[in-house]
Design a protein around this ligand. Structure first.
Ligand code: CP
Ligand code: NVA
Length: 305
């Protein structure tokens, strides 16, 4: 089988996503019926975390065990990564011992260097630039709730971060629109989000205008991991980029609200919205498990009929 990595959303095609979403649905249904599905017997996933995690760790670890495999959990502090062993050497060693690797780190270039020296598939579990596993689960959640996302409009309110860049990549692959509103000085970096000549993207100065007629409104923390030193400046700059009931009313009547979590109620979203009827954040979080099990299956076994 050809070696495939999942380093950014654009690594897979639209038809490969159709397969992944269908497999995620089947794997989820079987899980809900307590039907064992263990095609990854004897397979090992190494997870490397250079940043904190709750959802990504639990979903990959539980998912791998549920599919019959096992997991090794490494952090910067408890591995030689924290003592400056080169990423290329780490990749060569780990990938001789396990079947697949998931990495959460800082620069995208770091995970790309790891993948270049890895004998086994590498999955991006979040970098400063992208969070493809999150958007995989988010779009699976949208499809479950509302059907195809093709032709729909997603409003992104807040920071032009890793999750935002990945929504923009997904829009190009799957054929939907993203309306983005960021505070001045926090705009999208065009190259990171593959925006050259993009027809799937519009920028709005006013966050409420970005939400107008949207099918899905989504946001994320004002300060991502690794940018904590900017926290005070960001709190001031983002004060009007809080998703509230007024913004949700500008969206379509059946619009959904999503947030990758962890959330800060009263900062990027009001409690009324995240705990309100449009919010699907708990399904969204759960679907990390099912969507990533489909991803592990595809990368380790290949497409399954
Ligand atoms: N959404 C997400 O990736 O959550 P964690 O940081 O808890 O893994
Ligand atoms: N943008 C956030 C997402 C956390 C899951 C961060 O990078 O910290």
């Amino acid at each position: 089988m050809k070696l495939r990595h999942y380093l950014q959303f654009s690594d897979f095609t639209r038809s490969e996503y159709q397969h992944l979403f269908e497999r995620a649905r089947i794997i989820k249904d079987r899980f809900k019926r307590y039907e064992p599905y263990q095609p990854l017997h004897d397979r090992t996933l190494a997870m490397v975390f250079e940043k904190a995690s709750t959802r990504t760790r639990v979903s990959f670890e539980a998912g791998m065990y549920q599919m019959g495999g096992s997991v090794i959990h490494l952090t910067t502090g408890d591995s030689q990564l924290g003592r400056a062993e080169p990423i290329e050497d780490t990749a060569r060693v780990i990938s001789r011992m396990v079947d697949i690797v998931m990495i959460r780190t800082y620069e995208q270039s770091k995970i790309e260097r790891f993948a270049a020296y890895s004998r086994v598939p590498v999955i991006n579990g979040l970098t400063n630039e992208y969070h493809p596993c999150q958007i995989l689960a988010d779009i699976f959640t949208y499809i479950e709730q509302r059907g195809s996302i093709e032709g729909k409009t997603v409003a992104w309110i807040g920071d032009s971060n890793n999750v935002c860049n990945t929504w923009l990549q997904a829009a190009a692959v799957l054929g939907f629109q993203v309306h983005v509103s960021t505070p001045p000085g926090y705009e999208i970096e065009s190259a990171r989000a593959d925006l050259a000549g993009a027809a799937h993207y519009r920028q709005f100065a006013d966050p409420k205008e970005a939400c107008r007629d949207a099918d899905l409104v989504t946001t994320d923390v004002w300060t991502s991991m690794g940018f904590e030193a900017e926290n005070d400046a960001r709190r001031r700059a983002f004060a009007h980029w809080r998703v509230d009931a007024v913004m949700m009313r500008a969206a379509r009547p059946n619009a959904l609200f999503m947030h990758c979590l962890p959330a800060h109620r009263g900062e990027e979203v009001t409690a009324e919205v995240i705990d309100g009827p449009a919010s699907v954040v708990w399904d969204e979080a759960e679907n990390r498990l099912h969507a990533q099990k489909a991803l592990l299956e595809v990368l380790l076994i290949g497409p399954v009929d």
